[in-house]
Design a protein around this ligand. Structure first.
Ligand code: C2E
Ligand code: CA
Ligand code: CA
Length: 402
């Protein structure tokens, strides 16, 4: 451990809905001589304290809480670019902790570890060894939540741009499509991944404006690429919130037609359990999109947000297996079983299968052997801005033709 940091000098915030558990954790921390321990019984209260300027060196989060769960707290902390230490704990099985930990890592949060309940002193002490003081003096603005004005301006000024990630056939590696992924080129905060602003745009009811701006930019780009002789299809993410707009199919159709793109070259990717809440309008919109021959893709399949029930009620024609069951599947029998059954299911329902998160050769070999149609992931290419994508396309095509 960095000898400059001792547990006594750190301030802690512990979040757990179970007060008995809070007492146990606080007791353990006291045992380790931590003097400054605050507790909260729900995530909203914890976030409010942070937003009010209280500073904590380590935030300990229980993953299962009723009001907002630990995963949401993680998301909110990432939106605030929370720079200090995070310790996760949960009574659930180790796999959930593992998933939450990789999620937090992906959000670039500073995760010290993941502990199973009941939290014991030794584990806690060991995890805290990983604590390093945050030395980056980031401007205060980075920690402030995104405001309506800020986001509204960004959308209007086209600071939010489409990046493109290729999808290739597993059969012969030929390029057939690209997924549009939002990036915010923020003048002060830098290049932001969707994680930092999509959920916030939904909260602020600006997601329709955001999606539409991105849609317009991306469709125009695809129109240009198609006139250059490529036959690319385009996948774009639709927030479940946007499915409440009854005239969405018509709006999309006229934009797509104006750019001389056939409807079946556009695939709309949908996740989220919220879909089921406003079921009537969502189903109406989705059915009409499909009737017009737009592709509908069920995203993140296999996670809590994408369920079998949705497959039964919505006319999806593409299934995207979540990367949790793709990357590392060769060495993980449980992931492989889910991947295999998803492919079987998709075959029976006459759907195309996309494997996302193919990061290395062994992932590729696995999804090819299992029979996924399309492959997307870092092993092929990362998401890129339009000009880079164009260059990439040329070299890839030369390589696959050769
Ligand atoms: P998604 O739809 O599941 O998109 C795939 C995500 O996986 C992208 O993250 C992509 O960069 C990442 N990815 C691709 N290949 C690999 C790989 O091999 N390994 C790993 N570890 N990751 C890979 P990104 O761009 O950060 O987007 C995150 C999520 O944000 C998307 O997940 C999507 O749900 C949402 N999102 C992105 N753009 C939009 C948008 O315009 N509208 C809406 N509503 N949501 C969006
Ligand atoms: Ca997607
Ligand atoms: Ca996905």
């Amino acid at each position: 451990m960095n000898s400059a940091v001792s547990i006594e000098s750190l301030s802690f915030l512990v979040i757990d809905d179970d007060e008995f558990m809070l007492d146990i954790v606080a007791m353990n921390l006291n045992h380790l001589k931590a003097a400054n321990v605050a507790t909260c019984t729900n995530g909203c209260e914890a976030l409010a304290r942070i937003d009010n300027g209280e500073s904590f060196d380590v935030v300990m989060i229980d993953l299962n809480m009723p009001i907002i769960d630990g995963v949401e707290v993680l998301r909110s902390l990432a939106q605030r670019n929370f720079p200090n230490g995070i310790l996760l704990f949960s009574g659930e099985d180790a796999r959930i902790l593992k998933t939450a930990q990789s999620l937090a890592n992906e959000h670039k949060l500073n995760v010290l570890g993941a502990l199973t309940k009941p939290v014991v002193v030794n584990d806690l002490q060991e995890a805290l060894q990983a604590y390093r003081p945050n030395t980056t003096e980031a401007p205060q603005k980075l920690f402030e939540p995104i405001t309506v004005d800020e986001l509204y301006k960004a959308i209007n000024e086209k600071q939010i741009l489409p990046y493109f990630q290729p999808q290739v056939l597993s059969r012969d590696k030929s390029l057939v499509a690209a997924e549009v992924l939002a990036r915010w080129q923020h003048p002060e905060r830098g290049l932001l991944a969707p994680f930092h602003f999509i959920a916030r745009a939904e909260e602020l009811s600006l997601i329709d404006e955001l999606t539409w701006s991105l849609f317009e930019q991306a469709i125009e780009q695809f129109g240009r690429w198609r006139t250059m002789g490529t036959n690319l299809s385009m996948s774009i993410n639709l927030s479940a919130d946007s499915l409440g707009t009854v005239n969405l199919p018509e709006k999309i159709a006229s934009l797509v037609a104006a750019n001389h793109i056939p409807y079946d070259a556009i695939r709309l990717e949908i996740t989220e359990s919220r879909l089921m809440k406003n079921l009537k309008t969502s189903l109406d919109v989705l059915a009409r999109l499909r009737l017009k021959n737009f592709g509908l893709s069920i995203d993140d399949f296999g996670t809590g947000y994408s369920s079998l029930a949705q497959l039964n009620s919505i006319p999806f024609n593409e299934l995207k297996v979540d990367r949790a069951f793709v990357h590392g599947a060769a060495a993980d029998p449980a992931a492989r079983a889910i991947l295999e059954s998803s492919v079987m299911l998709a075959r029976k329902l006459d759907m195309t299968v996309v494997a996302e998160g193919v990061e290395d050769q062994s992932d590729w070999d696995q999804v090819e052997a299992i029979g996924c149609d399309l492959v997307q992931g870092y092993h092929v290419a990362r998401p890129m801005p339009a000009d880079q994508f164009e260059q990439w396309m040329e070299t890839w095509n030369e390589r696959t033709i050769a």
